[in-house]
Each structure stands twice: as structure tokens, then as C-alpha cells.
Design a protein around this ligand. Sequence first.
Ligand SMILES: [Zn+2]
Length: 307
Amino acid sequence: MVAPPDTLDRAAELRGEPRLLERLRAEPGTRVVVVREGRVMLDGDAVRRVAPGEVGEAEWALLGRDADGSAVLLASVAPVAEPVFVPAETAAPAADEDTAAGDRAQWVGLREFGGRLGSREGELLVSAIALAGWLRDTVFCSACGSRLQTRQAGWAKWCATCESEHFPRTDPAVIVAVTSPDGERLLLGANANWQGRMHSCFAGFVEAGESLEATIHRELAEEAGVRIARVEYVASQPWPFPRSLMLGFRAVAASEDARADGEEIIDVRWLSRAEIGSALAGEGPVGLPGEASIAYRLIRDWYEEAG
Ligand SMILES: [Zn+2]
């Protein structure tokens, strides 16, 4: 069973209130998460919140409520322009260096935050990055090409021309840790794009009309030539690049027959517990995916539970 996570209060019941964002931006307790180029700032183990007055030009949305009931808004701000040469005698000190230009290293993307944040702060960070990306990319109606209006405090867009509504949807993708029939070995593959020693679980997008189970059987057959005997759901992870939801599974292969497809996957190998243990310790010939990924978690959980 999956334990109930400590989730973000999204305050969805407020989204339809007229002029909500205007009202909340004027309230003294309101906090703002700023997203720029898919990155947010952290304060230790928490996402940094600033006051609405500290943010300049931005696209706004409601992210939810903090633990104390204060509203948390998203402010999606434009990228900072590359520095241009200004003759020294005319250069003025930038007034907003900390908030606008800032030290780029302080801005953290999803790949860097790893497991550092708790589930609530992690959800806030991923939601802010995902929603900012959708607001930025969804400008025109996909049905008729007209410019869209933002509604529902940033959670919907509306086309006045053809009266269609648009929402920040997610694309389901499966990611599968395949074990041998006896449970003693794990099958990992090397993707052609990784160009190195990294091996990971097998993943693929759910196609139109497919169930998750059908996707798993198809992907494993295509990429690794493996027949699957049994599948079990483990956990999911939002992965907004730009808008995936990774659904993690454990599967048992019907046999140890496996071969890489030679196109997307250039190598598949069955790894023993000892080999996985070495790889987790950063040793041996096989590299593993980053700790922030659900693939890493699927591999580590198999190793730890078996040990
Ligand atoms: Zn339209």
C-alpha cells in the first residue's frame, strides 16, 4: 500500500472567485513562489517565499495555502537577459540584483533538488514549475489559433472565439523495474541518448487508447525483447519536462530472454544484487540515474528490500 502523502492544500475552491489574484496580492500575509526558466529559489529545505511587492512583472496564479492558511501565489517571471556591455562610466548599480538578476546558482531546477525537500515542499516546487511552464507555453487555442485568456486563477485558459477550455494536463508515462523470474536479478537498459555507462529502468509514454498495462507489455517487448509475466504498481512522480507523470511499476519477466532493440536501447543487462549494490555505491561498470528520479527509487527499493 502507498501511505497517504503530506499534500499541498491547493485551495481549488477559491479559483473561481472574481479578481482573486488581485485581492490576494494586496493581502499582507500572502506569499509568492517565483519561477524563472523552470527554476525556483530554496531556503534550506523549503521553497523560498517572497512578498508580492518584491516581484515585478510576472504572470500570476494561485498555488494554494501554506500550513498557517496564508495564500501562496505563483509568479512566473521572464528570463533575465544576457548581460550586455555597458561602459563603466555610465553603468549604474542594479537596484534589484538580488531578486531579479540574482546568483544563478541559487536557482534550483527539478533535477537538482533531489530528495532534499519533504513531500509538501516538493509538491509546491513541482507544481510551481509545471504550472509556470504551461502558462508560458499555452498562448494560442489548439483548436482555432486564437489568443487564449487565463481563468481559474491560472488553472485554465479560455478561447473566446471557439469557446473551448484548456487545462494544464499531464502525459502519463510508465517506468518499469523488471526482475528475473526468480527475483534475484534486475534488468536495466542503456538508452542511446545517454552515451555512457548509465543504465536505468525502462520507460515509455502511454499512447492514445492504451492502458498502462498494455504500455508496459509493448515497451518492454519493443525495447528489450522481454515478455512480462506479472506487473505491480509502486508509486508515481510528476516530471514536468514539460508535463509528464511517471507511473512506476515493478514487473516480473517470464524468462531471462532479453535483447536491446539497438535503436532507442543499445544495451540491456541482468544485474545481480551485488552488482546493483556496487552501482548504488558509485562503483563498478554501471552508472545509475540521479537520486531525484523515480527510476533510482525503484532500483534502490528493490535492492534494499531484497537485502
Ligand atoms: Zn479556439
